[in-house]
Unconditional design. Sequence first.
Length: 171
Amino acid sequence: MLMVFTGNGKGKTTAAMGVALRAAGQGLKTLMIQFIKGSWHYGELDSAPMLGGAFEIRPMGRGFVKVGTEKPDPEDVRLVAEAWNAAVEAMLADTYDMLILDEVNYAIHYGMLSIDRVLTDLAARPERLHVICTGRNAHPRLIEAADLVSEIKEIKHPFHKGILAQRGIDY
Ligand code: ATP
Ligand code: MG
């Protein structure tokens, strides 16, 4: 299965982690590669090892990406390329049952990763490997290729009334 969790509401990454939690109970092994995260210490980095090797998380970003400029920062492009190489390596190694590409949609959307490359590599993955791509603005061609696509729509977010990220909910 190729799954995509997109949309501008909160819950894309946590939905993917929910699937990993469920899969662990079924004896499946998940790797989550985080394309953007890298600086903050998220709770899941400590809880994943509690599943005894069934859920591995690899933060490979630097926590944020500079946007607004015309071209993406070369350092961000380099980190994204590294993360994608790690994803391909994991696909070829065939040691995982599920691969979560957290915020990969974001990297594609901002032109840091080519959609052609993503689709070609995903098409060549082992048949048994489930993949979940998260992040806003999922590319139309990724949506087309996917078996399951869910869009999380924001109805309300506490951020808009000035409430900052909450421990255990956002990190
Ligand atoms: P989560 O990791 O909590 O499942 P997410 O993956 O859906 O969230 P991202 O776009 O990755 O959302 O953003 C992660 C952070 O931004 C989280 O702290 C989240 O609470 C916050 N966030 C998500 N959606 C919104 C929103 N619509 N407005 C403000 N902040 C948001
Ligand atoms: Mg996310």
